[in-house]
Design a protein around this ligand. Structure first.
Ligand code: ZN
Ligand code: ZN
Length: 146
């Protein structure tokens, strides 16, 4: 929770610095992104924001998410034909666990994973500027349904 509050404050601050207005709807989008529960798609963010602001359009969500992505305040996970998913809590590259059945996306907290880019840079001499580490499978809940 403390993380979410800090992320929300950081995103609000950044938008203000760049001269953008923080409307109540926009703040609601930032809240959803700061929590990034399950790494929502734009449509899922829209659903959550509509609970409090029923008249919010999908275009408003798109604009806010695009703006934050351009500012580096949200991480976009693209999946070809499927809708992109977003992480505003950790806006930097990090590993993800993805359920192929229900679409849940988690941030695994496994020792060593976060150190991989640096280890790779050391071993190869590459200066790593970005990386993508996705693990696909079935979450425990979906395995039980089989
Ligand atoms: Zn699942
Ligand atoms: Zn994530």
């Amino acid at each position: 929770m403390a993380d979410q509050q800090a992320r929300l404050a950081a995103m609000v601050e950044r938008l203000r610095q760049e001269g953008h207005r923080i409307t109540p709807q926009r703040l609601a989008v930032l809240r959803v992104l700061a929590a990034s529960q399950g790494h929502p798609s734009v449509e899922q963010i829209h659903e959550r924001v509509k609970a409090d602001f029923p008249t919010t359009s999908l275009a408003t969500i798109y604009k806010t998410v695009t703006l934050l992505r351009q500012l580096g305040e949200v991480l976009e996970l693209g999946f070809g034909h499927d809708a992109s998913r977003y992480d505003g809590q950790r806006p930097y590259p990090h590993p993800h666990l993805i359920c192929l059945n229900c679409g849940e996306i988690l941030d695994p907290d496994l020792a060593g994973l976060a150190d991989l880019p640096q280890a790779l840079a050391q071993q190869t001499g590459y200066r790593i500027v970005n990386h993508r580490l996705d693990f696909f499978g079935l979450c425990p809940r979906c395995q039980k349904q089989d």
